[in-house]
Design a protein around this ligand. Structure first.
Ligand code: XMP
Length: 516
């Protein structure tokens, strides 16, 4: 495995992905916890990330010195290269002191010497495009290193110490704009660290099943299904490990997309024969949402009602020792922030947050190490149908946060129909997998229209579609005008209650993906 030491770069997660794409397991640890992570993982190699900080700045982060004495290969990227140079006896100066500006964006380097990182890729004398983002630079490198590539703004674009197996790149190999970057990283983990590159989902599945059995023993596990991919994959995996010791509870709040609740029930009961308690609570949720228009009030009510119902069902079946959740890696990575020293931010969107303490249960979270697309791959490995596995993310509070204003049964039904038409057209156009998330929002606005000879006065529907890699930032999907116009026509013709359709052109930031 490979340990990635995080100094707070925006793109540290991309390093982990590139390593995994090379078939090698990787984990990220903040620099403050790198020592402990090293001892636990006993990795075959270490990668030091970039950082918004500067090595010459007082109080800027350092790698534990012991990592350089462990006899394990190290690759330093950008800040990682600079901090390694600094800690091993070199010198790093701020851009303004060297009298030269930094390099930001596309840059070209020239290969000056052979290096194992370039195996099968780059030859001496060649020029290659890379992505740079640095102001400071190494001005004197540490003893033992040689320069193997240079660029205009970074005389030490790539440095190597083959004896200790330490390498540094001033550019970012993990980003797409360094076209050969993924292969450079693959060369490091395979050729330098000697990793076999055979980490696969089949292997992950087998390892996890063993771990789940060890953790759970003869205990009972309960799993809340949200209708989404993550909880479904977690449940199927756990069921494979412990069979009928697992019970799934599906609290159906009536705010799902068209046909979704039925799909979940038939998948679990029919396809997998996994014990499932299906709680149809739509009346209760809609009753509680009556008159509620504030987005946070909606979210809070739904979250709390969900927990109450889940807890009640758990009691009915005699309780459980463990709670299973489909928590993913981006939710658990402790990111490094520089707004006042290292701090911990954990993004959490869990539908059942707060439950484990309240019910005195331990957590089983078999997907904690995986990214979203890896969960999808695991789902496929477990035999979940493609249409289920590939589904766009869907928020816990469901359609309630896609109906600004009051949520009623009628408005849910209108939105469900329109949303289904929109998604059907997207699938028919072959665009579904190119989009991170597409959905319709039913606005609390009525406008005048004309249909046939009649005046209409009906609701406006907004369509949204975004591309994203993790939901943290997003760009709008640039549909062809003809496509949107065809969707609008179908929706207005087929869904009673809508007479106008608009498209949302807002990226995130400044917008969020959902409207509430
Ligand atoms: P926003 O709207 O914050 O959404 O840009 C980012 C991603 O998170 C999803 N989302 C949620 N998922 N429970 C969830 O499980 C929630 O309460 C929730 N709110 C937003 C949203 O659909 C998008 O994919």
């Amino acid at each position: 495995s490979i340990l990635i030491v995080d100094f707070g770069s925006q793109v540290t997660q991309l390093i982990a992905r590139r390593v995994r794409e090379a078939g090698v397991y990787s984990e990220i640890a903040p620099f403050t916890q790198a020592q402990a992570a090293f001892e636990r993982m006993k990795p075959s190699g270490i990668i030091l990330s970039g950082s918004p900080a500067g090595v010459p700045e007082e109080g800027s982060p350092r790698a534990p010195q012991s990592l350089f004495e462990a006899g394990v290969p190290v690759l330093g990227i950008c800040y990682g290269q600079q901090v390694m140079s600094h800690q091993l006896g070199g010198e790093v100066k701020p851009g303004h002191e060297t009298g030269e500006g930094g390099e930001f964006g596309r840059a070209f380097l020239t290969v000056t010497e052979e290096c194992v990182l370039f195996d099968g890729l780059w030859k001496v004398g060649e020029r290659h495009q890379v992505w740079m983002s640095h102001g400071d630079k190494v001005t004197r490198f540490a003893p033992g290193f040689r320069i193997v590539a240079i660029s205009d703004g970074a005389p030490f674009a790539v440095i190597a110490d083959d004896e200790r197996r330490f390498y540094g790149t001033q550019f970012h190999p993990e980003v797409m704009h360094t076209p050969d970057g993924a292969r450079l990283i693959a060369n490091f983990v395979r050729h330098v660290c000697g990793c076999a590159g055979d980490w696969t989902m089949a292997e992950f599945r087998a390892t996890k099943i063993k771990e789940i059995r060890e953790q759970v023993g003869s205990g009972r596990v309960i799993c809340g299904l949200s209708g989404g991919v993550d909880s479904a994959v977690a449940a199927v995996l756990i069921h494979e490990a412990i069979g009928h010791q697992l019970t799934c509870v599906f609290v159906d709040h009536g705010l799902m997309r068209l046909g979704e609740a039925e799909q979940v029930v038939s998948l679990f009961k029919g396809h997998y024969n996994i014990p499932l308690v299906h709680v149809d609570a739509s009346e209760m949720f809609l009753g509680g949402l009556a008159g509620v228009t504030d987005p946070e009030a909606k979210r809070k009510f739904i979250g709390k009602a969900f927990i109450d119902l889940f807890e009640a069902e758990a009691k009915k079946i005699g309780g459980a020792d463990f709670l299973a959740q489909g928590t993913l890696y981006p939710d658990v990575i402790e990111s490094v922030s520089f707004t006042g020293g290292p701090s911990v931010t954990i993004k959490s969107h869990h539908n059942v947050g707060g439950l484990p303490e309240r019910m005195n249960m331990q957590l089983v979270e078999p997907l904690r190490e995986l990214f979203k697309d890896e969960v999808r791959a695991l789902g496929k490995e477990l035999g979940l149908p493609d249409v289920f596995v590939g589904r766009h993310p869907f928020p816990g509070p469901g359609l309630a946060i896609r109906i600004p204003g009051e949520v009623t049964q009628e408005r849910c039904d209108i939105l469900r129909k329109a949303d289904a038409i929109y998604l059907e057209e997207i699938r028919n156009a072959g665009l579904y997998d190119a989009i991170w998330q597409a959905f319709a929002v039913l606005l609390p606005v009525r406008t005048v229209g004309v249909m046939g000879d009649y005046r209409t006065y009906d609701n406006v529907l907004a369509l949204r579609a975004v591309t994203s890699t993790d939901g943290m930032t997003a760009d709008i999907y640039p549909f062809e005008a003809a496509f949107l116009s065809a969707v609008a026509t179908r929706i207005i013709n087929e869904v009673k209650g809508i007479n106008r359709v608009v498209y949302d052109f807002t990226s995130k930031p400044p917008g969020t993906i959902e409207w509430e």
